[in-house]
Design a binder for this molecule. Structure first.
Ligand code: UN1
Length: 509
């Protein structure tokens, strides 16, 4: 707690005049300037950044192509050592990065701490994996030849990251792509350009060459579209909305180039199923943590609580009680549970949703907005009771929870309705009946299931994270299969007989 208090003080001490722009060797600055304001108080200026123009994007692509072979030829252990060095630097400068996340992205201090921790974990995890996986593997074969399988970088990778994890997911994607021997062009979410810029500077300082990792802030329509349509790009790692993932997929498919790789982690319509054996106190605590942590702006967040009818009245009443206690306000204050949403557009979408719910759902509770929230983009956390999941037509990315009652005979139908949304990211289960848990786990088409706990905060290397269907392509971030997807496989067969000929040539068919 003392450490957190110090951090809070440092956020206020940090100069509120951050700057950022493209990091592309040889490019002349040319794009428009964008002002950054504090989501908790839009009157407060945080800094400004310059967008990349078309010439800068072109220069970045040319640099990345030229730089990749030497980086690919650098031993994986050396690439890993740089990433591990960056992890150490990030730990030392934790306070500065938390301050940035709070002021640019509206993150609470505990969220900022978790964000830095996760970024450090990603850097170390992919570095460790690269050390292991990139050692050539000898394969058994006939005598007179040696066969090895080795991994290599694919080429130029574009990493397009979201504003909700501006450091952790940003660095996770970039670290995996770099560890695998790719040169990287990183495009941050527009909303969190300052955080991304500092993350790239840190990697450069740790030893990543400036043409191997470049930074091109800008909007998705010009910068993102130019990058993903370019035939020089071998792969794209993307985290964000399902619609954008589709657009990237189309752009890559339309290129007159080798078939590229898309690794996409997208949205969810995540449910939590509670039966009447659930412990109500634990259920309510975990449901609210899953729905409202990070102001509900996690793709892992719980959106719908399916509660069995016989405990529903009690649970709904407890939800209303607990929501009245939520502290909504300035994320730089240690007492704050829920900060602002990312921007005016996000708030408008949530207001629209609240308007739609008014006519067709019962409002269970609306948390009070705290003092000093009038000038920020705040949305008061809300819970509604619905009749059916079909009343939700899209993912509502914010602090909005929906409760639906179910009867004992409907368990399979509940799971089927969740599957029918087409999303498949996280699922929470609260039950003390093993058969019920197993039955749900077996039937649900989701990527991450959490039983009798909250359903957010997957730990790198421990809970590999990612979904299926509309929720993403896989492989799961922070899991063993993620890094290999950024690499290509090369089989090398060498004739090792003295004569250099192949004695059995004629029998080889
Ligand atoms: C996201 O919101 O894009 O499990 C991913 C979690 C985080 C990942 C969320 N590690 O909540």
């Amino acid at each position: 707690d003392d450490q957190l208090r110090q951090l809070a003080a440092q956020i206020d001490a940090a100069a509120a005049d951050w700057r950022a722009g493209p990091l592309v060797p040889g490019a002349q600055p040319g794009g428009p300037m964008v002002e950054v304001t504090n989501p908790a108080d839009r009157r407060q200026r945080v800094g400004q950044w310059q967008a990349a123009d078309a010439a800068t994007v072109e220069r970045a692509l040319a640099n990345a192509v030229a730089a990749q072979p030497a980086w690919d030829a650098t031993p994986a252990a050396s690439r890993a050592a740089i990433l591990e060095h960056a992890a150490g630097l990030l730990e030392q400068r934790m306070a500065q990065y938390i301050a940035l996340c709070t002021r640019e992205a509206g993150k609470t201090i505990p969220d900022g701490v978790a964000e830095v921790r996760e970024a450090v974990d990603f850097l170390r995890y992919y570095a460790g994996q690269a050390r292991q996986l990139f050692a050539p593997e000898a394969l058994p074969g006939p005598t007179g030849e040696s066969n090895t399988l080795q991994l290599a970088g694919r080429g130029v990778f574009v990493c397009i990251s979201p504003w909700n994890f501006p450091l952790a997911i940003f660095l996770g994607q970039v670290a995996a792509a770099l560890a695998a021997g790719n040169s990287v062009i990183a495009k941050p979410a527009e909303q969190t350009t300052l955080v991304g810029w500092h993350a790239v500077q840190l990697l450069h300082e740790a030893g990543i060459p400036t043409d191997v990792l470049q930074y091109v802030p800008g909007d998705g329509a010009s910068v993102g579209a130019a990058l993903t349509a370019d035939p020089r790009v071998a792969g794209v790692a993307f985290t964000g909305s399902t619609d954008t993932a589709r657009a990237i997929n189309r752009a890559m498919a339309a290129r007159d180039a080798a078939i590229g790789v898309l690794i996409a982690e997208t949205g969810g319509q995540n449910a939590l199923i509670a039966d009447s054996s659930a412990l109500p106190e634990q259920l309510v605590k975990d449901a609210l943590a899953s729905a409202f942590t990070s102001a509900g702006q996690r793709c892992s967040a719980a959106r719908v609580l399916f509660v069995q009818a016989d405990i529903a009245d009690k649970v709904v009443e407890m939800i209303a009680g607990a929501m009245a206690e939520l502290q909504v306000g300035d994320p730089a204050l240690l007492s704050t549970d829920v900060g602002p949403v990312i921007d005016t557009d996000a708030k408008c979408l949530l207001d629209e949703h609240a308007g739609r719910m008014q006519g067709q759902a019962r409002l269970i509770a609306e948390a009070p907005l705290g003092e000093g929230t009038a000038h920020g983009t705040f949305f008061a956390p809300r819970a509604w009771e619905l009749e059916s999941l079909s009343q939700l037509t899209r993912e509502n990315f914010g602090p909005a929870l929906h409760v639906i009652r179910w009867k004992a005979s409907e368990l399979d139908a509940v799971v089927d309705a969740i599957n029918a949304t087409g999303y498949g990211l996280t699922l929470g289960i609260h039950s003390r009946i093993d058969e019920t848990v197993e039955r749900i786990v077996q039937r649900a088409k989701v990527g991450n299931v959490y039983v009798n706990r909250n359903q957010i905060g997957a730990v790198v290397g421990v809970q590999p994270f990612g979904g299926q269907n509309l929720s993403g392509t896989g492989p799961k971030a922070g899991g063993p299969h993620y890094l290999p997807r950024f690499a290509t496989e090369k089989t090398v067969t060498i004739n090792t007989t003295a004569a250099g000929g192949n004695a059995s040539l004629l029998t080889l068919g």
